[in-house]
Design a protein around this ligand. Structure first.
Ligand code: DON
Length: 581
């Protein structure tokens, strides 16, 4: 399978361009990239981003266009009714910034809101319908990024999304399959039926999905900015829609939503500066812990069982801390600096046995299930050296399944990312306590980890969906780049994961060789190996949808990598127009 995934990468994405600029200098690293590279999970989104660059936009305008088109063509993964994190590098100001557009809990939430009469977690409320939805953040992010960092008006950068929402796009397998898996919930709601059953039956591969209400909502956003979504007619429909299902959002819940600009989390690994997601993402701190724990070992030179063992032990320790310490920094004191420090990692490292698994029970807890995944990531580098790493989501497949009538906006089910009942695992099998307890206006802890890797010679942008497995996929991607792999190879890398609890090494089908699995078991690891599916790439047995771009300043080459597990993804490079260079 490992070979199969690599081969798929080569076959599906052989068209990905990599080109040296004319007259590229070998000796001195180039100061500016030779064009714009975009990798996203849908080719219509990649093309929309390149289109706005041709119209004079920069990476940030492209990000708005890509994000909005993904909202239209991947409702299964992300959308205006959800949220996301946008890591930006503004080349002119020489500044990195993390735009946090995570959803927040509505003002009506209480510690009891998601408990049944017996005090157990009410999983229907946690993951289905308007109870499960946080106040959306994505529309505010688009307005913020366009206004503060872009060059084009929203009317231009949102134009492709508006057109595709109105004219439709062909349904692909992941949309149709996802719909079938969520149909029971989605069809509870008239607003959702009006969109997905407009022609009388469920979306089928190849037919056009048109979303005229969503086109109008996007137009309101383009025309009126923040107020186009969070105040006025769209807001009124959102409020009426949730109220019709017995849930209370106030006008102030919407009008009071704000994105936060945060300082990204930074640390060094093996000659790379890693710039990544701070809380309320758990990703950056976990990456800092894992990579700094692993730094003294030359992983590439170790035999596979040893390499996987050490990596798994680092994963286990980082996910344990996630459970207890991480949450919204606007509400709880997160000891970020300590947890992400080299000294703390050294302490953690000293508890790793060189060839024995540490049972997670020594660090405590109970086994939990994992569900499969949606969410989306895109990566951009433009000819000015600006960069965007963005991961956006409605959480589980088709989010809450609920569209308030007349808006076209499918709401997220992000409330499940809170520790709704202390110590009870969520859909990804991760749990939490006070630090991630739900409170009005609080952001739920996330695993989304948009990341930049910067060395003297190379700059890479990467990220992926995958719930709690996002962080370990980004970890493996970084290790891949550190080993000298190209972007397409990084996107195709086979994956394994450990999250402290359940105390199991999860693997993609065929990701680890049989002798490695046997050796890991002999060290005391429980390794779950799913049987290969008939088509070899069933979504239960492969994870993630990693999208990455890299600028190699030696030789001035831009390259993209798009996850071969997703056949509609696309990484492309557009040469800089002569006037822009
Ligand atoms: O923010 C998070 O960590 C999750 N809501 C992301 C969800 C996701 O990646 C869905 N796919 N597994």
């Amino acid at each position: 399978m490992r070979e199969a995934i690599r081969a798929l990468g080569a076959v599906f994405f052989a068209f990905v361009l990599a080109f040296p600029a004319a007259g590229a200098q070998k000796e001195r690293p180039a100061a500016k990239p030779p064009g714009t590279a975009i990798a996203s999970a849908h080719q219509l989104a990649t093309d929309a981003g390149l289109q706005v660059v041709r119209e004079g936009g920069n990476a940030f305008d492209a990000a708005v266009a890509v994000s909005a088109v993904l909202s239209v063509v991947e409702p299964v993964s992300s959308g205006l009714g959800g949220g996301g994190f946008f890591l930006l590098h503004d080349a002119r100001r020489g500044r990195d910034v993390f735009v946090d557009a995570r959803e927040v809990a509505p003002s009506s939430v209480t510690p009891q809101s998601y408990l049944d009469e017996k005090g157990e977690l009410d999983r229907d409320r946690a993951t289905n319908g308007p109870w499960s939805a946080g106040i959306p953040g994505l529309p505010a992010a688009l307005v913020h990024i366009a206004g503060r960092y872009g060059r084009l008006p929203l009317s231009k950068s949102l134009a492709p999304a508006i057109r595709i929402a109105r004219e439709g796009f062909p349904v692909y397998a992941r949309l149709a399959d996802g719909y079938r898996s969520r149909a029971k919930v989605m069809e509870r709601y008239p607003g959702t039926r009006e969109v997905f059953l407009a022609d009388g039956d469920a979306p089928e591969v190849g037919e056009l999905l048109m979303q005229p209400d969503l086109a109008r909502t996007l137009e309101a956003l383009a025309r009126n900015g923040f107020d186009g979504f969070y105040r006025g007619e769209v807001a009124a429909r959102l409020l009426a829609g949730v109220e019709a299902e017995g849930v209370r959002w106030t006008a102030q819940d919407l009008a009071g939503y704000r994105v936060r600009e945060r300082e990204p989390l930074r640390f060094e690994y093996d000659g790379w500066n890693v710039v990544t997601a701070p809380p309320p993402s758990s990703g950056g701190i976990a990456l800092a812990q894992m990579l700094q724990m692993l730094e003294p070992w030359d992983l590439a030179k170790l035999p596979e069982p040893q390499r996987v063992h050490l990596t798994v032990e680092a994963m286990r320790r980082a996910y344990r801390d996630r459970t207890f310490y991480l949450g919204d920094p606007d509400f709880v004191r997160v000891p970020s600096r300590l947890l992400a420090s080299a000294a703390y990692a050294a302490g953690q490292r000293s508890t790793i046995h060189p060839d024995r698994a540490t049972p997670s029970a020594l660090l405590s807890g109970a086994p939990t299930p994992l569900e499969d995944e949606e969410t989306t990531h895109f990566s951009i580098i433009d000819a000015e050296g600006n960069r965007v790493a963005a991961t956006q989501t409605v959480n589980l497949t088709y989010g809450s399944g609920f569209i308030p009538r007349g808006t076209g906006v499918l709401l997220n089910n992000e409330m499940d990312d809170f520790a709704l009942r202390p110590g009870t695992p969520n859909a990804f099998g991760v749990m939490g306590y006070e630090a991630n307890a739900p409170r009005p206006g609080k952001r739920m802890l996330s695993s989304m980890t948009p990341t930049f890797l910067v060395s003297d010679s190379r700059v890479a942008v990467l990220g992926t969906p995958g719930g709690s497995r996002i962080i370990t996929m980004v970890l493996l991607g970084i290790l891949g780049y550190a080993d000298g792999l190209a972007p397409q190879q990084v996107a195709a890398l086979p994956r394994y994961h450990h999250q402290w609890l359940p105390d199991v090494v999860q693997t993609e089908a065929g990701a680890l060789a049989e002798p490695t699995i046997a050796a890991l078991r002999a060290m005391g690891h429980t390794v779950a190996t799913p049987p290969p599916a008939a088509d070899g790439r069933s979504s239960s047995y492969v994870w993630g949808n990693l999208q990455t771009v890299m600028w190699n300043r030696e030789g001035n080459v831009l390259e993209g990598g798009s996850d071969p597990r997703n056949p509609v993804g696309s990484a492309k490079v557009l040469p800089a127009a002569p006037r822009a260079r």
